[in-house]
Structure formats: structure tokens, C-alpha cells
Design a protein around this ligand. Structure first.
Ligand code: UDP
Ligand code: MG
Length: 326
């Protein structure tokens, strides 16, 4: 290990032209520092993944990769979403990198945690989670919804590392295992803990987005949360079953009540109990069907075995091949 191991930093980018310059500058500085310390090889790379951006993101990546030895990129043929872009980057980079770090393009995650992750890797960790020790810069809404989500997932029995997002280091071996999870509905932060191997955590303060706006509007966030829940847990089905039993219990109580009223000679007001039963059962059935539908939908998309991403251009492999020839 004279000149270190090969590290790749995978950065998903969707319409990030405003931040790319600064991101490249900061990540390059970090890489150069690590190269100087002989912890990583000079062939280590930044791998920008252009997730079907509509702005100049790819042109910038292309230009930077010509000027800058450590910059490379992969262009997806359309927008596959954050998780798809991450997977595309990890697939490409883990072919020949000893370790891969994933980080958002907007510099919200502190790049200074990278050398700490590298040290953890050198100490034998195969998965190093970046964990936020504060979320002061996120909006109160984002903070509280995220907290609720992590609590709810815990309640459903899905193991997640709290306050860790998609900022982490994985060894080549851990990446290979991750990629062997063939599901289409991607929820990477749920799969990574299932990969196993020795893991550790590195703490950092989450910052404001450097420029531009969040590419995760509420609609995408909700879809992401629902995907996470239904891809990893069948507890919702069990909850509906419990609700079903509960409603049946209520209808028994109602039945006894109306019988007592009849024996006492009161005129049974059949209309109200009838209406209650019809509405209650109808409601339960509808909820049940919708939950089952959610899972059927998952089966539907899994059996299709569609590719999860398609790479259009790959400067990374080109560059590496040239470097290997040298
Ligand atoms: N991103 C992506 N594809 C998308 C949406 C987002 O590759 O469809 C990238 C985006 O460029 C950024 C990262 O995913 O690097 C996280 O997105 P963002 O910072 O907008 O999310 P937030 O931090 O607000 O949750
Ligand atoms: Mg962000």
C-alpha cells in the first residue's frame, strides 16, 4: 500500500449547473489532499452522474473532465431519480475502485468528513455512514417529517441508521453485495444496513444548500417514503388485519346493543346500525384493497425486470482505460 487505494466519489446531479463549479473545486481539493498523504491513488476519481438534467450540467461535467485529471462523469439517458443515479454511479465506479463514496452535489454534506471516512476504511470498515449531528439548516417541516419517517420505519421493523442519508463510503466488496440486490423499487439507505460487513459512523454538520433549489419537492419526498415503507415492510398489511378485527368487534357490540333494545321493547332503529356497518366495512375493504394494491404494484414492477438505469456516455471508463494503457 505504498500509494494508497483507489477511491471514487459518486455525485448524482440533476440540474445542478449552479453548484457544480464549487463542488468540483472542493472535492478536487479533498482528493488532492488524500493523494498527497498517499492514502489514495492519483487515479482516484470524482464520478458525476448526470441524471437527465435539462440545464448545462453535462456540458460542465464534460468540460471539467477535460481540464481536471480527477474529474469524470456518466450521463444517464433520462432522469432516473436520485436513487437510480446513485446506483448507476456505484455500478460504474465499483468496477475498479477499492472504495466508493456517494455524496450529494449541493455541498449540504460536509466534504471534510471524506478524509475521516477514508481513515475508517483504512481501519477496516467496509461501510462508513455519514451521520448528521444537527439538522439546523433544514426547514422545520423537513426536519419534523424526516424524524417522523425514521420513527415510523423503526416501528415497522426496518433498520435504518438515523440521520444518515446517502452520504457514505462503501468498499468494493460491499458495493458488489449492494448491487446484487436486484429490486427495482430502490431504497438504498434501507438496503445498505442489510449488506453487513464491519461498519462505522462519521459525524458532520449538515449545511445549507450551496446554490439552487431542492430537487426533492414534497411529492417526490412522499413517494420516496412510501417506496421505503412498502419495499421493506409488510407491517401495513398486518395493521389492516388488526383494524379489520377491531371493526368486527365493534359490529358485535352493536349487535348485542340492538338485541337488548329489542328485548326491552324499544323500537329498533335499524337504520343507524345498518348504515354504520355498511360504511365501516366499506371503508375497511377499501383501505385493505389499496394496501394490497400497493404490494401488487411492487410485484408488477419487479417481475418486469426493467433496467434501472441506462448509461449514455461514460468518460470514467474511457479515462481509466487510457490510464491503464499508460
Ligand atoms: N438528484 C438526482 N436526481 C433527481 C433528484 C435529485 O440525481 O431526480 C440529486 C441532486 O442533484 C442532489 C441529490 O440528488 O445531488 C439530492 O437532491 P437535493 O439536494 O435536491 O435533495 P435535498 O437535499 O433537498 O433532500
Ligand atoms: Mg440537498
Amino acid at each position: 500500500m505504498s500509494d494508497g487505494f483507489k477511491l471514487s466519489i459518486v455525485v448524482p446531479c440533476y440540474n445542478e449547473e449552479e453548484v457544480l463549479h464549487e463542488t468540483t473545486k472542493e472535492l478536487t481539493a479533498i482528493l488532492h489532499g488524500l493523494i498527497a498523504d498517499q492514502k489514495i491513488t492519483p487515479t482516484s476519481k470524482i464520478v458525476f452522474v448526470d441524471d437527465g438534467s435539462k440545464d448545462k450540467t453535462w456540458q460542465l461535467i464534460d468540460t471539467f473532465s477535460k481540464e481536471n485529471e480527477v474529474v469524470s462523469g456518466v450521463k444517464l439517458s433520462r432522469n432516473f431519480g436520485h436513487q437510480g443515479a446513485l446506483l448507476a454511479g456505484v455500478t460504474t465506479a465499483s468496477k475498479d475502485s477499492d472504495a466508493v463514496i456517494t455524496i450529494d452535489a449541493d455541498l449540504q454534506d460536509d466534504v471534510n468528513a471524506i478524509p475521516k471516512m477514508v481513515d475508517e476504511y483504512l481501519n477496516g470498515s467496509e461501510v462508513v455512514y455519514g451521520v448528521r449531528n444537527n439538522r439546523d439548516t433544514d426547514t422545520a417541516f423537513k426536519r419534523s417529517t424526516a424524524e417522523m419517517f425514521y420513527k415510523f420505519m423503526g416501528f415497522l421493523g426496518v433498520k435504518l441508521v438515523p440521520d444518515s442519508a446517502d452520504y457514505r463510503l462503501m468498499s468494493q466488496r460491499a458495493c458488489k453485495v449492494l448491487l446484487s440486490y436486484k429490486e427495482r423499487n430502490l431504497f438504498l439507505r434501507g438496503i445498505v444496513p442489510l449488506v453487513g460487513f464491519k461498519s462505522s459512523k462519521v459525524y458532520y454538520a449538515r449545511k445549507e444548500r450551496f446554490a439552487g433549489v431542492s430537487k426533492y419537492p414534497l411529492k417526490k419526498m412522499l413517494k420516496f417514503a412510501i417506496d421505503g415503507i412498502t419495499s421493506f415492510s409488510i407491517v401495513p398489511i398486518k395493521m389492516i388485519m388488526g383494524l379489520g378485527f377491531f371493526i368486527v368487534l365493534i359490529s358485535i357490540v352493536l349487535l348485542i346493543y340492538s338485541l337488548v333494545q329489542k328485548v326491552n321493547g324499544n323500537v329498533v332503529d335499524g337504520w343507524s346500525s345498518l348504515m354504520i356497518s355498511i360504511w365501516a366495512l366499506g371503508g375497511v375493504q377499501l383501505i385493505s384493497i389499496s394496501v394490497i394494491g400497493e404490494y401488487v404494484g411492487k410485484i408488477f414492477s419487479e417481475v418486469k425486470q426493467r433496467p434501472r438505469f441506462t448509461i449514455e456516455e461514460d468518460i470514467y471508463t474511457e479515462k481509466t482505460q487510457q490510464e491503464n494503457k499508460r
